[in-house]
Design a protein around this ligand. Structure first.
Ligand code: ADP
Length: 534
């Protein structure tokens, strides 16, 4: 707080510059010329002062309730992907800080886990209320560091906060069980107890929601956490952590470290005090964490990469299919693990669908997420653009045809044109792996069986989408798809009240819903004997 109190805020034409008391913490929050003149325009002053007052621009790690730098004072830069500007420097932490964060979480576990569920619920409710009260500032932070359009960012705040609200409610419903005993002198109980300290490692594509969907149920169950957000988008995580403190959640219950990912990961894995790893990110890192957890036999939840098929049948409603596919493909510029990665279209509707879909894609406005009307922000960084380019080159060299886009956007930076590409085949990279960008690859199929076979021909199994007006087909295909989530005539299916997670190499465990609570609980069987004595 002292740092922020000392902050000077100056608001000039189209520019918001926050000069922190220490020169190293110069935080320049000029997202673009649009930033203040549009969404927060008329309110620039109040937004600036609200950010200042709420202390939401945190740029240090959180260990045991204290905001701290890296012990060697090293920092890493956080960039605005739309402009390339540096937003802030954050600590580049490693093993030592992580071990201290684990110790804090371990110490806090003793008292946090002893609270009643109702007490933990009240803390979580307060945290939820604060997240919602600061929806606008959190949305702006998400757009600043992640690039998604402000409307989507605000949607993420509501969605992300929803996990905290749901967890506050569900905290009170962690029921045990009484089992009818086979022996007259015994009573058999099942208790559910928190697993312990949780290491939560999260990616950059949902800087808030990927954290709340882990930390909400963990805290509700009585666990304490060490969060490692992505180094690309740590500011939203730090703001959320600040709000957890303001909600009164005791020091040490929520800790945040960031910096050297493998050092932090190794410390979490090596610690016998960390009893659970929950991770969202790439399949490669997920496999490493799963292997690394074996040494101390930790509980593991993994939400890894997808390769979502989006199947449009001849009997689909064309408008519903176009709208749904657009949402499933282009949300967050194609940078989600549930984004449609392959659009399979039946031959009878193929031409009509391709025309209508391409028209819709052509209308997607690309630009800085703070600009009004923009629905496609930049990709997260240059590496992401290069990945898209290499996938496209591979497809084109094998006979695919670009119908729309297919190149970097004239805006420069990491902006990429929304792209539609046809004649895509199973052996192309676009079909085999997640492109994680605004590219819709079209594949043509003849029969339902062929569509199911193509859809399941992957090691991934997170989300799938089907568009059909045939009720029997919707059941049949939903059952046949080897995926953890299926959207029928719907492109956006994630919600805190339903179980989210994959099968095959897309992961282990579920997040959200009553089922997500079990990931943070151990079951204990208690046998009470000698019941017949007085
Ligand atoms: P993405 O490609 O989406 O960034 P990653 O799996 O690389 O996916 O990153 C997801 C999260 O995992 C990030 O917070 C990242 O810093 C972290 N991470 C990457 N490598 C490791 C590692 N070896 N140990 C622990 N965390 C890691």
């Amino acid at each position: 707080m002292a740092t922020l109190k000392a902050a000077r805020i100056s608001i000039m034409a189209g520019r918001f510059t926050k000069l922190m008391s220490r020169p190293r913490r110069l935080v320049s929050v000029r997202a673009s010329d649009h930033l203040l003149t549009r969404q927060i325009s008329t309110e620039a002053e109040s937004v600036a002062s609200r950010l200042h007052k709420s202390g939401l621009l945190r740029t240090q790690g959180l260990i045991g309730g204290k905001w701290v730098d890296a012990y060697d004072r090293k920092t890493i830069k956080v960039y605005n992907p739309a402009t390339g500007e540096v937003i802030a420097d954050v600590p580049c932490m490693g093993g030592r800080e992580t071990n201290d964060a684990i110790s804090s979480a371990y110490e806090a576990f003793y008292s946090w886990s002893k609270l009643t569920a109702a007490e933990r619920s009240r803390y979580l409710r307060k945290w939820y209320d604060l997240l919602i009260a600061h929806r606008e500032e959190l949305g702006q932070l998400i757009t600043l560091e992640q690039g998604k359009p402000i409307k989507e960012a605000l949607g993420e705040v509501s969605y992300g906060a929803g996990f905290i609200e749901f967890s506050a409610e569900e905290a009170k419903r962690v029921y045990g069980d009484i089992i009818p005993s086979p022996l007259a002198d015994r009573r058999l109980f099942v208790l559910k107890q928190p697993v312990g300290v949780v290491g939560a490692i999260t990616p950059w594509n949902f800087p808030l929601a990927m954290i709340t969907r882990k930390v909400g149920p963990a805290l509700a169950c009585g666990c304490t956490v060490v969060i490692k957000p992505s180094e690309i988008t740590p500011l939203t995580a730090l703001a959320a952590a600040e709000l957890s403190l303001q909600a009164g959640i005791p020091p040490g219950v929520v800790n945040v470290v960031m910096g050297n990912a493998s050092d932090i990961g190794d410390s979490l894995l090596a610690s016998t005090q960390v009893r659970k790893i929950t991770f969202t990110g790439s399949t490669a890192v997920g496999k490493k964490l799963m292997a690394g957890s074996a040494g101390t036999v930790k509980k593991v939840s993994l939400e890894l990469g997808g390769n979502a098929p989006c199947i449009v049948f001849d009997d689909a409603d064309l408008d519903v299919a176009v709208k749904g596919t657009l949402a499933a493909k282009f949300r967050n510029s194609g940078q989600t693990c549930v984004c449609a990665n392959r659009v399979l279209v039946q031959e009878g509707i193929y031409e009509k669908f391709v025309n209508a879909f391409s028209k819709a894609v052509q209308n997607l406005q690309v630009g800085d997420g703070f600009t009004e009307g923009v629905v496609q922000g930049p990709l997260i960084n240059e590496a992401a653009v290069q990945k898209v380019e290499s996938f496209l080159q591979d497809a084109i060299s094998k006979g695919a045809k670009v119908l729309l886009g297919g190149k970097r956007h004239s805006l420069g930076m990491s902006f990429y044109e929304p792209t539609v590409i046809s004649d895509v085949k199973g052996e192309m990279l676009l079909s085999r792996e997640e492109v994680f960008g605004p590219v819709a690859p079209l594949l043509r199929f003849k029969t339902e069986d062929e569509a199911i076979r193509l859809a399941n021909d992957t090691n991934a199994g997170l989300a799938a989408y089907i568009f059909t007006n045939n009720i029997q087909r919707s059941w049949r295909v939903s059952e046949a798809l080897e995926y953890g989530l299926v959207g029928v005539n719907e492109g956006i299916v994630s919600t805190e009240v339903a179980p989210f997670g994959g099968v095959k190499q897309s992961g282990l465990g579920r997040e959200g819903s009553k089922y997500g609570m079990d990931e943070y609980l151990e079951m204990k069987y208690v046998c009470l004997g000698n019941m017949n004595s007085n």
